[in-house]
Design a protein around this ligand. Sequence first.
Ligand code: NJP
Length: 232
Amino acid sequence: SGRTALITGASRGIGAAVAKRFAAEGAHVILAARTVGGLEETDDAIFQATGRNATLVPLDLRQFDKIDQLGYSIYERFGKLDILVSNAGVLEALGPVAHYDPKLWQRVMDVNVTANYRLIRSFDRLLRASDAGRAIFVTSGAANAPYPYWSPYGASKAALEMMVKTYAMEIAASNLRVNLVDPGIVATKLRMQAFPGEDQTKLAQPDDVTEAFVELAEASCTRHGEVVSAQG
Ligand code: NJP
Protein backbone atom coordinates (compact mmCIF):
# COMPACT_ATOMS: atom_id res chain seq x y z
CA SER A 1 0.00 0.00 0.00
CA GLY A 2 1.04 3.58 -0.64
CA ARG A 3 2.96 2.44 -3.68
CA THR A 4 2.54 3.65 -7.25
CA ALA A 5 1.92 1.09 -9.99
CA LEU A 6 1.75 1.52 -13.76
CA ILE A 7 -0.40 -1.14 -15.44
CA THR A 8 -0.54 -1.40 -19.22
CA GLY A 9 -3.51 -2.99 -20.95
CA ALA A 10 -5.74 -1.85 -18.07
CA SER A 11 -8.80 -1.09 -20.23
CA ARG A 12 -10.15 -4.66 -19.93
CA GLY A 13 -9.22 -8.27 -19.28
CA ILE A 14 -6.33 -9.27 -17.04
CA GLY A 15 -4.86 -5.76 -16.81
CA ALA A 16 -8.15 -4.27 -15.58
CA ALA A 17 -8.47 -7.01 -12.95
CA VAL A 18 -4.89 -6.48 -11.75
CA ALA A 19 -5.46 -2.71 -11.58
CA LYS A 20 -8.58 -3.13 -9.43
CA ARG A 21 -6.81 -5.60 -7.15
CA PHE A 22 -3.74 -3.38 -6.70
CA ALA A 23 -5.96 -0.38 -5.96
CA ALA A 24 -7.87 -2.44 -3.40
CA GLU A 25 -4.52 -3.31 -1.79
CA GLY A 26 -3.85 0.43 -1.42
CA ALA A 27 -1.67 1.25 -4.42
CA HIS A 28 -2.10 4.35 -6.54
CA VAL A 29 -2.58 2.93 -10.02
CA ILE A 30 -1.72 4.52 -13.36
CA LEU A 31 -3.73 2.86 -16.12
CA ALA A 32 -2.55 2.77 -19.74
CA ALA A 33 -4.31 1.50 -22.89
CA ARG A 34 -5.81 2.94 -26.06
CA THR A 35 -9.53 2.70 -25.22
CA VAL A 36 -10.54 5.66 -23.08
CA GLY A 37 -13.95 4.14 -22.28
CA GLY A 38 -12.31 0.99 -20.98
CA LEU A 39 -9.87 2.95 -18.83
CA GLU A 40 -12.80 4.94 -17.42
CA GLU A 41 -14.69 1.74 -16.62
CA THR A 42 -11.72 0.39 -14.70
CA ASP A 43 -11.37 3.73 -12.91
CA ASP A 44 -15.09 3.80 -12.01
CA ALA A 45 -14.83 0.32 -10.48
CA ILE A 46 -11.76 1.44 -8.50
CA PHE A 47 -13.54 4.56 -7.27
CA GLN A 48 -16.61 2.51 -6.22
CA ALA A 49 -14.40 0.11 -4.26
CA THR A 50 -11.84 2.48 -2.74
CA GLY A 51 -13.13 6.05 -3.00
CA ARG A 52 -9.94 6.92 -4.84
CA ASN A 53 -9.31 7.49 -8.55
CA ALA A 54 -6.65 6.08 -10.81
CA THR A 55 -4.51 8.15 -13.16
CA LEU A 56 -5.58 7.44 -16.75
CA VAL A 57 -3.11 7.46 -19.62
CA PRO A 58 -4.72 6.84 -23.03
CA LEU A 59 -1.85 5.69 -25.21
CA ASP A 60 -0.94 3.40 -28.08
CA LEU A 61 2.14 1.48 -27.02
CA ARG A 62 3.18 1.22 -30.67
CA GLN A 63 3.90 4.94 -30.57
CA PHE A 64 7.14 4.31 -28.75
CA ASP A 65 7.96 7.97 -28.08
CA LYS A 66 4.75 8.13 -26.00
CA ILE A 67 6.34 5.59 -23.68
CA ASP A 68 9.29 7.95 -23.18
CA GLN A 69 6.88 10.83 -22.54
CA LEU A 70 5.01 8.76 -19.95
CA GLY A 71 8.32 8.08 -18.24
CA TYR A 72 9.06 11.79 -18.04
CA SER A 73 5.63 12.66 -16.68
CA ILE A 74 5.75 9.94 -14.02
CA TYR A 75 9.24 11.13 -13.08
CA GLU A 76 8.01 14.71 -12.75
CA ARG A 77 4.98 13.76 -10.68
CA PHE A 78 6.30 10.93 -8.51
CA GLY A 79 10.09 10.88 -8.93
CA LYS A 80 10.02 7.09 -9.10
CA LEU A 81 7.86 4.13 -10.04
CA ASP A 82 7.38 1.28 -7.55
CA ILE A 83 5.63 -1.27 -9.74
CA LEU A 84 5.38 -1.80 -13.50
CA VAL A 85 2.90 -4.38 -14.75
CA SER A 86 3.54 -4.65 -18.48
CA ASN A 87 0.47 -6.65 -19.36
CA ALA A 88 -0.70 -5.26 -22.72
CA GLY A 89 -0.41 -7.84 -25.44
CA VAL A 90 -2.00 -8.72 -28.77
CA LEU A 91 -2.69 -11.92 -30.66
CA GLU A 92 -4.06 -10.33 -33.87
CA ALA A 93 -5.01 -13.15 -36.24
CA LEU A 94 -4.12 -16.83 -36.23
CA GLY A 95 -2.64 -18.08 -39.48
CA PRO A 96 0.09 -20.12 -41.14
CA VAL A 97 3.47 -18.42 -40.95
CA ALA A 98 4.04 -18.78 -44.71
CA HIS A 99 0.96 -16.67 -45.41
CA TYR A 100 0.89 -14.36 -42.40
CA ASP A 101 -0.01 -10.72 -43.07
CA PRO A 102 3.17 -8.62 -42.70
CA LYS A 103 1.29 -5.71 -41.11
CA LEU A 104 -0.23 -7.95 -38.45
CA TRP A 105 3.14 -9.61 -37.85
CA GLN A 106 4.69 -6.20 -37.22
CA ARG A 107 1.89 -5.20 -34.86
CA VAL A 108 2.37 -8.31 -32.73
CA MET A 109 6.12 -7.69 -32.52
CA ASP A 110 5.65 -3.97 -31.80
CA VAL A 111 3.30 -4.49 -28.86
CA ASN A 112 4.53 -7.78 -27.41
CA VAL A 113 8.28 -7.25 -27.84
CA THR A 114 9.41 -3.75 -28.79
CA ALA A 115 7.03 -1.86 -26.50
CA ASN A 116 8.33 -3.98 -23.61
CA TYR A 117 11.91 -3.12 -24.52
CA ARG A 118 10.93 0.55 -24.66
CA LEU A 119 9.19 0.30 -21.27
CA ILE A 120 12.37 -1.15 -19.77
CA ARG A 121 14.43 1.56 -21.43
CA SER A 122 12.15 4.35 -20.21
CA PHE A 123 11.41 3.03 -16.71
CA ASP A 124 14.61 1.33 -15.56
CA ARG A 125 15.86 4.44 -13.76
CA LEU A 126 12.44 5.19 -12.22
CA LEU A 127 12.01 1.63 -10.96
CA ARG A 128 15.49 1.64 -9.46
CA ALA A 129 14.65 4.92 -7.71
CA SER A 130 12.08 2.96 -5.65
CA ASP A 131 13.21 1.20 -2.45
CA ALA A 132 11.62 -1.99 -3.77
CA GLY A 133 10.95 -1.62 -7.49
CA ARG A 134 9.07 -4.48 -9.09
CA ALA A 135 8.58 -5.11 -12.82
CA ILE A 136 6.17 -7.82 -13.97
CA PHE A 137 5.79 -8.85 -17.61
CA VAL A 138 3.09 -11.10 -19.04
CA THR A 139 4.10 -14.08 -21.10
CA SER A 140 2.27 -17.21 -22.31
CA GLY A 141 2.63 -20.96 -22.58
CA ALA A 142 2.94 -20.25 -26.30
CA ALA A 143 6.48 -18.97 -25.61
CA ASN A 144 7.66 -22.53 -25.06
CA ALA A 145 5.46 -24.69 -27.28
CA PRO A 146 4.90 -24.35 -31.03
CA TYR A 147 1.17 -24.24 -31.77
CA PRO A 148 0.31 -24.28 -35.50
CA TYR A 149 -1.03 -20.87 -36.67
CA TRP A 150 0.19 -19.05 -33.53
CA SER A 151 3.66 -18.18 -34.87
CA PRO A 152 3.89 -14.42 -34.33
CA TYR A 153 2.34 -14.63 -30.88
CA GLY A 154 4.55 -17.53 -29.74
CA ALA A 155 7.68 -15.98 -31.25
CA SER A 156 6.90 -12.63 -29.62
CA LYS A 157 6.39 -14.14 -26.16
CA ALA A 158 9.57 -16.24 -26.50
CA ALA A 159 11.48 -13.06 -27.39
CA LEU A 160 9.88 -11.24 -24.45
CA GLU A 161 10.86 -13.98 -22.00
CA MET A 162 14.46 -14.01 -23.17
CA MET A 163 14.71 -10.22 -23.01
CA VAL A 164 13.22 -10.04 -19.51
CA LYS A 165 15.39 -12.87 -18.15
CA THR A 166 18.46 -11.14 -19.62
CA TYR A 167 17.42 -7.83 -18.06
CA ALA A 168 16.93 -9.59 -14.72
CA MET A 169 20.53 -10.84 -14.82
CA GLU A 170 21.87 -7.42 -15.76
CA ILE A 171 20.20 -5.67 -12.82
CA ALA A 172 20.55 -8.48 -10.27
CA ALA A 173 22.64 -6.29 -7.94
CA SER A 174 19.95 -3.57 -7.72
CA ASN A 175 16.81 -3.46 -5.53
CA LEU A 176 14.66 -4.02 -8.59
CA ARG A 177 13.08 -7.48 -8.95
CA VAL A 178 11.85 -8.51 -12.40
CA ASN A 179 9.61 -11.49 -13.22
CA LEU A 180 7.06 -12.78 -15.71
CA VAL A 181 3.56 -14.14 -15.15
CA ASP A 182 2.07 -16.87 -17.32
CA PRO A 183 -1.65 -16.31 -16.76
CA GLY A 184 -2.84 -19.59 -18.30
CA ILE A 185 -6.16 -19.64 -20.15
CA VAL A 186 -8.33 -16.69 -19.10
CA ALA A 187 -11.72 -15.49 -20.39
CA THR A 188 -10.79 -12.27 -22.23
CA LYS A 189 -11.18 -10.63 -25.61
CA LEU A 190 -7.76 -11.97 -26.67
CA ARG A 191 -8.79 -15.54 -25.85
CA MET A 192 -12.08 -14.95 -27.72
CA GLN A 193 -10.12 -13.94 -30.84
CA ALA A 194 -8.33 -17.28 -30.82
CA PHE A 195 -11.37 -19.41 -29.93
CA PRO A 196 -14.51 -17.54 -31.04
CA GLY A 197 -17.02 -20.30 -30.32
CA GLU A 198 -15.74 -21.15 -26.85
CA ASP A 199 -17.98 -20.93 -23.76
CA GLN A 200 -15.95 -18.45 -21.73
CA THR A 201 -18.03 -18.95 -18.59
CA LYS A 202 -16.19 -22.25 -18.07
CA LEU A 203 -12.75 -20.59 -18.08
CA ALA A 204 -10.79 -18.81 -15.36
CA GLN A 205 -11.92 -15.17 -15.17
CA PRO A 206 -9.49 -12.21 -15.00
CA ASP A 207 -10.21 -11.73 -11.27
CA ASP A 208 -9.07 -15.32 -10.67
CA VAL A 209 -5.48 -14.71 -11.82
CA THR A 210 -4.46 -11.57 -9.91
CA GLU A 211 -2.80 -13.31 -6.93
CA ALA A 212 0.51 -14.01 -8.72
CA PHE A 213 0.77 -10.31 -9.63
CA VAL A 214 0.18 -9.27 -6.03
CA GLU A 215 2.84 -11.68 -4.78
CA LEU A 216 5.44 -10.46 -7.29
CA ALA A 217 4.64 -6.80 -6.54
CA GLU A 218 5.14 -7.11 -2.77
CA ALA A 219 8.15 -5.23 -1.42
CA SER A 220 9.07 -8.45 0.42
CA CYS A 221 9.13 -10.60 -2.73
CA THR A 222 12.58 -12.02 -3.48
CA ARG A 223 11.76 -13.85 -6.71
CA HIS A 224 13.79 -12.65 -9.67
CA GLY A 225 14.00 -13.65 -13.32
CA GLU A 226 11.27 -16.26 -12.92
CA VAL A 227 8.16 -17.23 -14.86
CA VAL A 228 5.32 -17.61 -12.36
CA SER A 229 2.13 -19.46 -13.31
CA ALA A 230 -1.01 -17.64 -12.23
CA GLN A 231 -3.09 -20.83 -12.21
CA GLY A 232 -0.81 -23.25 -10.37
O1 NJP B 1 -6.34 -9.59 -23.42
P1 NJP B 1 -7.32 -8.40 -23.77
P2 NJP B 1 -5.82 -10.28 -22.06
N1 NJP B 1 -1.42 0.03 -26.90
O2 NJP B 1 -7.37 -8.37 -25.23
C1 NJP B 1 -4.16 -3.51 -24.43
C2 NJP B 1 -1.56 -12.48 -22.02
N2 NJP B 1 -2.16 -13.83 -22.03
O3 NJP B 1 -6.28 -9.57 -20.86
O4 NJP B 1 -5.50 -0.53 -26.24
C3 NJP B 1 -1.89 0.01 -25.65
O5 NJP B 1 -8.59 -8.48 -23.00
C4 NJP B 1 -5.65 -3.49 -24.63
O6 NJP B 1 -6.13 -2.16 -24.52
P3 NJP B 1 -6.70 -1.28 -25.78
C5 NJP B 1 -1.69 -11.69 -23.29
O7 NJP B 1 -0.74 -12.08 -24.26
C6 NJP B 1 -3.50 -14.00 -22.05
O8 NJP B 1 -6.06 -11.72 -22.21
O9 NJP B 1 -7.70 -0.42 -25.11
N3 NJP B 1 -2.56 -0.99 -25.12
C7 NJP B 1 -6.15 -4.30 -23.46
O10 NJP B 1 -6.27 -3.49 -22.32
C8 NJP B 1 -1.45 -10.28 -22.79
O11 NJP B 1 -0.07 -9.98 -22.72
C9 NJP B 1 -4.04 -15.29 -22.04
O12 NJP B 1 -7.24 -2.22 -26.82
C10 NJP B 1 -2.78 -2.05 -25.89
C11 NJP B 1 -5.04 -5.31 -23.26
O13 NJP B 1 -3.87 -4.81 -23.95
C12 NJP B 1 -2.03 -10.30 -21.37
O14 NJP B 1 -2.22 -11.68 -21.05
C13 NJP B 1 -3.19 -16.39 -22.01
C14 NJP B 1 -2.32 -2.12 -27.20
C15 NJP B 1 -5.39 -6.66 -23.84
O15 NJP B 1 -6.54 -7.11 -23.21
C16 NJP B 1 -3.37 -9.60 -21.25
O16 NJP B 1 -4.25 -10.07 -22.26
C17 NJP B 1 -1.83 -16.19 -22.01
C18 NJP B 1 -1.61 -1.01 -27.71
N4 NJP B 1 -1.16 -0.95 -28.97
C19 NJP B 1 -1.32 -14.90 -22.01
N5 NJP B 1 -2.70 -3.30 -27.74
C20 NJP B 1 -5.51 -15.54 -22.03
N6 NJP B 1 -6.35 -14.51 -21.98
O17 NJP B 1 -5.94 -16.72 -22.10
C21 NJP B 1 -3.38 -3.94 -26.78
O18 NJP B 1 -1.03 -17.28 -21.98
N7 NJP B 1 -3.45 -3.21 -25.66
